[in-house]
Structures are given as structure tokens and as C-alpha cells.
Unconditional design. Structure first.
Length: 300
């Protein structure tokens, strides 16, 4: 009796299958590319890193969205209580004002993602834009004394916010947008020194990729004789730093342009919000050895 092997996706529910199809659907890519290029072309200067959240150490967008979502959810609760329509209207207005900086930070992050993430992010943005439109209509109705219509638009807006939040959760937790893609390095690299090659294997000025405990690292021999090593996978979206550009004591990720200082892995420029794991280096009997920099380690 023959058996049929289950599909790898047979355990998924309908929502998961729809989201997976959305990730793989390229039909909106031309629009995505145009919008992303427009966002990247904005003359934001250092403000771009502020929007990414480099100063915070992780994306600032999830923090800012709490204000509009919380305000609108609270407005819905007040709309269910008698005599609280004025307070609900104030909360709707607060949510609309807070949606502007939340949208700006989200757009800055979205423009630096992979296409699969951007496809989901575009629908996420459409849902949230719809919510903003519905809440704007709700506020106008409330100001004109049409309380019932204001409540109706408010509940519709909350529904759109829920859809947007679900898509945002998929982006953050399923697709790992905004996550630190180098966080695992400290848990994978063993203690102590690791030999990675002979001195001749590391020409001056070139980025060389090596493996330490199955973790790829990039080694750069500087013209001044210093040898620096960082985790190779960019903390932003795991881009290969060993294929990036070396200049001014830094390495730039070839995928999205994040810049890291070679001496200590500090993220000089985003979109990366987390620094890169760095390694101590030393030459022993003509061979290079590296050791992951840890806050609690002592010199051996």
C-alpha cells in the first residue's frame, strides 16, 4: 500500500499560505523598487540613522507605533461606554498625529529590506494607510457632531490596524526584519583563541573570509600592520561583509551600505542598528589566531 508524503506546507493555515504567496509574488516589484528608491533618495543626512534607530540600538519604528495603536484601541473602548465620545475623539486625534513619525521610521526601514520583506511591508503600509484614512474620517465626523458615523469609521479603522499589525508581526518575527542577524555569534564561537590561517593568507588591504566554529568571519590586514576581524554576516540582514568595500578603517556592507568600524565593529552608519561582533587578533608562530571579544574575558 503506497503512502503519500505530506507537503512541507500542509500544516499551514490559510493565513500562513496567503502570506507565503505574498512573499513570493513579484508583481508589485516595479512599484516597490520605485518607492524604495524614492525613500532612499530623500535628503535626510544624519536624520536617516535617527529614523532607523541606530541611536537606540534597535529599530525605533516598533516603539513609535505603540502610540497610535494604543490611542485608537483606547478610543474604541471609550466608544463602547456611554458619554465618553469626546475623550474618544481626543484619542483618535492623538493617534493620527503619532502615526506620522511612526510611518516615517517604517518607510526608512522598509526601503532597506529584501524584496520578500518589502512585498509584505507594502501591504502592511497599505493597511495602515487605510486605517489613517478611516480615522481621519472618524475625527471629521466627530467634529461635525456625527458621533455614530465617527464611531463606525473608528471601528473600521481599528480593523485595518489589526490587519496591519498582523502583517507587521510577520515581518518582525517570521521574516526577521529589524532583528540583529549577528546576535547568535557570541553563542556559537567557543572560548579562547582559534587559528584561522598563516600570515601569507591575509594580504594587506584585502578582506578575507574565514570560518571559526562554523561562523564566518572577515579578516582585514591593514596597511599599518594591524589585523582586524569581525563577524562576516552583517547585523542588518546578514550581508557578506567580506564582499564589501574597505575604506578609512571601516567596512561597508555590499547589500545595504551599513558601515562598521574594523577595530571594534561599531556601526558607524545604518541601516544596521546593532554593532558587529569583533575579534581580538594575534600572530603566533606565523599563524593568525582570533578570539571573540567578550566583556568578561581576561587576556590569556
Amino acid at each position: 500500500m503506497s503512502t503519500v508524503s505530506p507537503s512541507p506546507r500542509s500544516g499551514q493555515n490559510r493565513a500562513q499560505r496567503l502570506l507565503d504567496r505574498l512573499e513570493r509574488d513579484p508583481r508589485a516589484d516595479a512599484v516597490i523598487d520605485a518607492l524604495a528608491a524614492g525613500v532612499r533618495a530623500l535628503p535626510l543626512g544624519r536624520g536617516r540613522d535617527v529614523l532607523h534607530g541606530r541611536w537606540l540600538g534597535h529599530p525605533v519604528h516598533p516603539l513609535l507605533v505603540q502610540v497610535p495603536v494604543g490611542s485608537w484601541l483606547s478610543a474604541a473602548v471609550l466608544d463602547l461606554l456611554p458619554g465618553r465620545s469626546r475623550g474618544a475623539g481626543v484619542l483618535v486625534g492623538v493617534g493620527l498625529a503619532a502615526a506620522v513619525p511612526a510611518a516615517l521610521t517604517g518607510a526608512a526601514d522598509w526601503a532597506e529590506l529584501h524584496h520578500e520583506q518589502q512585498r509584505v511591508g507594502l501591504v502592511h503600509a497599505v493597511a495602515n494607510t487605510t486605517a489613517v484614512g478611516l480615522y481621519a474620517a472618524s475625527l471629521v465626523c466627530r467634529l461635525r457632531g456625527r458621533a455614530a458615523a465617527g464611531r463606525t469609521f473608528g471601528f473600521l479603522g481599528l480593523t485595518a490596524v489589526g490587519v496591519g499589525g498582523m502583517l507587521g508581526g510577520h515581518l518582525a518575527y517570521r521574516q526577521a526584519s529589524g532583528a540583529n542577524h549577528a546576535e547568535e555569534v557570541a553563542h556559537l564561537v567557543g572560548e579562547g583563541w582559534h587559528r584561522v590561517g598563516g600570515a601569507a593568507d591575509f594580504p594587506v588591504g584585502r578582506a578575507v573570509r574565514c570560518i571559526v566554529d562554523d561562523v564566518p568571519i572577515v579578516v582585514v590586514h591593514q596597511p599599518d600592520g594591524e589585523v582586524h576581524a569581525l563577524a562576516d554576516r552583517c547585523s542588518h540582514l546578514a550581508g557578506p561583509l567580506s564582499e564589501g568595500t574597505i575604506a578609512d578603517g571601516c567596512v561597508a556592507c555590499p547589500w545595504h551600505g551599513s558601515v562598521f568600524r574594523l577595530s571594534d565593529g561599531w556601526n558607524v552608519r545604518g541601516p544596521a542598528t546593532a554593532p558587529q561582533p569583533a575579534f581580538d587578533t594575534r600572530m603566533v608562530d606565523g599563524h593568525l589566531e582570533v578570539r571573540l571579544c567578550r566583556h568578561d574575558q581576561e587576556d590569556a
